[in-house]
Design a protein around this ligand. Structure first.
Ligand code: G6P
Length: 622
C-alpha cells in the first residue's frame, strides 16, 4: 500500500527518493510523486500516474535540485488513480506539500469547514484536506508548523503516516504517524524517512520506529557535530516530548535484490529450504529432540490455562491460521477459532481474559489485524503474534510472539512467509501439546525429527520446477480453476487458488474436497482444470473417489500426491509428487507445487508477477 520516502541532508535528495520509491514498489501502488525544495527556495511537485519509471520520465527535464524532499507511491482509496490525485499535495498557498499513507475518515466534515473558509480543492483525496487543515491552523492560530501539525492531527479521525515540507523552512522535515508505519533512518548529518526500512538500508542501519500519535521533526538547522539524535525531535500530537529510541536494523541489501531470478516471487519460492532452516534455527533441536520457543516458554501458563485460542489474520496468513487450527486442536486439544481480522474486529466478539489470541501477519502492519488485536487486548486476552517484519506495529503491541525470520518478502503473492508461518505455528502447537501432555512423547519426537527434514524435502519438490513450468503452459486458456483438498490440505487448496487469482487473474476457488458435491461439481467439464491435493493422509481414499468423480465428468486433474503413489497417477492428467512426511507437515510440501504452478501460468500469460494489479503487499488501511 502507499509508500512514503523522505530525505533531508547534504546530498541531492531526488536520486535517493526515486531509489526509495523503487524499493517500495512491492507494496503495491498506482501513481507516484515527489516534492523537492531547491536551493532557490522553490517547492516543486511532480507526479505521474502508473509506475515510478513514468515519474522518472516525467521528471527528466524538470528541476530536481534540492537536498530536502518527500516522495510517495499511492494506492488509491479516495479518488481514482490519476495524476491529480497522486501525492504530494500542495496547500492552498502552495507553501506546504504533504504525502500521506492511510485514510482520514472524517475528511468530508473537515473539507466542508475549510471550504466555508474559502479553501479550494484540486483533488478528490482525503490527503489534500489534511494539508489544507495544517495551513489553515498555522495561519489562523499563529503557530509554528509543528504545532499546526499537532493541532490538525488532534482533529483527525483515521489512520495516517504523513510527511510535510514547508518551503519557508528548507531545513526541516516534519512527519507523523497513527496506524500506518513510519521509520526514520539516521545517517551522518542526514535523515531518511520511509514506510519501511527497505529504502533506508543502504544508507544506515540506525533507525527509529515512530509510534502512534507521534510527530517527528527532522532538522539540519544549526546542526554541528553532536549526538545522532540532535536533529530529531519527537513529541506526541499533544506536545509531550518523547526520547528517540535508536534501534539497529537487521536487513541487508542483497536481501532486496533478485539474485539472478527473473522475479522476486520465484526467488522467494526457491529460498524456502533456507528460510525454513532460518525459522527453525535455535528453536528446533533435532539432536536433542526438542523445540524451544522463547515466546512460549516465557508465557507458558497463558497457553496452558487457555480455554480457547483465537487466530486472527488476513489473506495468506489466514490460511496459515487454518492449518494451525488442525495442529493445535490435534496436539494441544484446545478449541481454536480462526477469524478474518476484518470480521472479528467489527462483530462484537466474546473475548475472555483467559483467551489467547494469535495474530499472524507477514508485514506486521495489516490494519485490520492490528485493530483486531487491540480490541482483544482491551478485553484482557493474551496476544501472541507471528510476524516476519521485525519491529513492525503488530509485534510491538503484542504481549509475546515469534518472528519467522525469512527476510524481506518482496513478491506481493506471499510464499516463503506462508511456509514459515506454518512452521512457527506447528512449533507452537507442539510446545503446547508436549507441555500439556495431550500428545504422546513418541508422536512429539517423530514430528520434531521430521521438521528437521522438511527443508531437504522442499528441495526435492523444487526439483520438479521444469516439469511444472512445462505443463503450466497448457492451462493458460483457463478462465476458472478449482482447487480441492481435505484436512490439513484444505487450507492448502485455498492458498493455491489464492496464489493463482492474485498473479494470473484467473478465477480460482479452493474447496474442501468432500464439498465438491454440494456445488462445484456442477462446474466441471473438460474446460475446467481441477487441482487436487491428495497426499497419503487419513482421507486419501476419499479424495481419490473425488478425483474419479471429476474424471467421470471429463474434468482435467492436476494432482499433488505422495512419491510412489500408484492410484492417482493412473487417473490424473498430471501428477506432481512430494516426499512422504507427517500429515501435519504435508502443507509445507504440497503448497510448493501450487506456488510454482501459479507462478508459471502467470508468467506465460505475461502478467506482472511481483506487482499484480490492484494488490498491495502491506494493507495498512482497512
Ligand atoms: C495482502 C497481501 C497478502 C497477505 C495479506 C495479509 O493482501 O497481498 O499477500 O497475505 O495482505 O498480510 P499480512 O502482512 O498481514 O500477512
Amino acid at each position: 500500500m502507499c509508500g512514503i520516502v523522505g530525505y533531508i541532508g547534504k546530498r541531492k535528495a531526488y536520486p535517493i527518493l526515486i531509489k526509495g520509491l523503487h524499493r517500495l514498489e512491492y507494496r503495491g501502488y498506482d501513481s507516484a510523486g515527489v516534492a523537492l525544495i531547491n536551493e532557490a527556495g522553490q517547492l516543486n511537485v511532480y507526479k505521474a500516474k502508473g509506475k515510478v519509471s513514468e515519474l522518472e520520465a516525467f521528471c527528466a527535464e524538470k528541476d530536481t535540485n534540492g537536498c530536502i524532499g518527500i516522495a510517495h507511491t499511492r494506492w488509491a482509496t479516495h479518488g481514482e488513480p490519476n495524476t491529480v490525485n497522486a501525492h504530494p499535495h500542495y496547500s492552498e498557498s502552495e507553501r506546504l506539500a504533504i504525502i500521506h499513507n492511510g485514510i482520514i475518515e472524517n475528511y468530508a466534515v473537515l473539507k466542508a469547514g475549510l471550504m466555508e473558509q474559502g479553501y479550494t480543492f484540486k483533488s478528490d483525496t482525503d490527503t489534500e484536506v489534511l494539508v489544507q487543515l495544517v495551513e489553515y491552523t498555522q495561519v489562523n492560530r499563529h503557530v509554528d508548523l509543528k504545532t499546526a501539525v499537532q493541532l490538525a492531527l488532534q482533529q483527525v479521525i483515521g489512520a495516517y503516516a504523513i510527511a510535510i515540507l514547508d518551503k519557508t523552512h528548507p531545513d526541516t522535515l516534519i512527519a507523523a504517524r497513527k496506524g500506518s508505519p513510519l521509520v526514520v533512518g539516521i545517517g551522518e548529518d542526514e535523515y531518511f524517512l520511509a514506510s519501511d526500512a527497505t529504502p533506508i538500508v543502504e544508507y544506515t542501519d540506525q533507525v527509529i520506529y515512530i509510534e502512534d500519535e507521534e510527530v517527528v521533526v527532522l532538522s539540519t538547522k544549526d546542526k554541528v557535530q553532536g549526538t545522532k539524535e540532535e536533529g530529531i525531535e519527537i513529541t506526541t500530537i499533544n506536545n509531550v516530548t518523547k526520547t528517540p529510541e535508536i534501534k539497529r536494523l537487521e536487513l541487508s541489501l542483497s536481501q532486496l535484490e533478485k539474485g539472478g531470478y527473473p522475479h522476486f516471487m520465484l526467488k522467494e519460492i526457491f529460498e524456502q529450504p533456507r528460510t525454513l532452516t532460518d525459522s527453525m534455527r535455535g528453536r528446533v533441536n533435532v539432536r536433542q529432540d526438542n523445540i524451544a520457543l522463547s515466546g512460549f516458554i516465557d508465557n507458558k501458563d497463558r497457553f496452558l490455562n487457555a480455554k480457547r485460542i483465537i487466530i486472527t489474520a488476513c489473506g495468506t496468513s489466514w490460511h496459515a491460521g487454518l492449518i494451525a487450527m488442525y495442529a493445535i486442536e490435534e496436539f494441544a486439544q484446545i478449541p481454536v477459532e480462526v477469524e478474518y481480522s476484518s470480521e472479528f474486529r467489527y462483530r462484537k466478539p466474546v473475548i475472555n481474559k483467559d483467551d489467547v489470541v494469535i495474530a499472524i501477519s507477514q508485514s506486521g502492519e495489516t490494519a485490520d489485524t492490528l485493530a483486531a488485536i487491540q480490541l482483544a487486548k482491551s478485553k484482557g486476552a493474551f496476544i501472541f503474534s507471528i510476524c516476519n517484519v521485525v519491529g513492525a506495529s503488530i509485534p510491538r503491541v503484542s504481549d509475546s510472539g515469534c518472528y519467522t525470520h525469512v527476510g524481506p518478502e518482496i513478491g506481493v503473492a506471499s510464499t516463503k512467509a506462508f511456509t514459515a508461518q506454518v512452521v512457527a505455528l506447528t512449533m507452537l502447537a507442539l510446545c503446547i501439546g508436549k507441555e500439556k501432555g495431550t500428545m504422546t512423547e513418541e508422536q512429539y519426537l517423530r514430528i520434531v525429527r521430521e521438521l528437521g527434514q522438511i527443508p531437504d524435502k522442499i528441495e526435492r519438490v523444487l526439483g520438479q520446477n521444469k516439469r511444472i513450468s512445462d505443463f503450466a503452459k497448457t492451462f493458460t486458456y483457463a478462465q476458472n480453476f478449482i482447487y480441492l483438498g481435505r484436512g490439513y490440505n484444505f487450507p492448502v487448496a485455498m492458498e493455491g487458488a489464492l496464489k493463482l487469482k492474485e498473479i494470473s487473474y484467473i478465477h480460482a476457488e479452493g474447496y474442501p474436497a468432500a464439498e465438491m458435491k454440494h456445488g462445484p461439481i456442477a462446474l466441471i467439464s473438460q474446460e475446467m482444470p481441477v487441482v487436487v491435493v491428495a497426499p497419503h493422509c487419513g482421507t486419501y481414499e476419499k479424495v481419490v473417489s473425488n478425483i474419479q468423480e471429476i474424471k467421470a465428468r471429463k474434468g482435467r486433474v492436476i494432482a499433488v500426491v505422495t512419491e510412489g503413489d500408484e492410484l492417482v497417477s493412473k487417473i490424473a492428467d498430471y501428477i506432481i509428487e512430494v516426499p512422504e512426511t507427517e500429515e501435519c507437515l504435508t502443507p509445507l510440501l504440497t503448497v510448493i507445487p501450487l506456488q510454482l504452478l501459479a507462478y508459471h501460468i502467470a508468467v506465460v500469460k505475461g502478467c506482472d508477477v511481483d506487482q499484480p494489479r490492484n494488490l498491495a503487499k502491506s494493507v495498512t488501511v482497512e
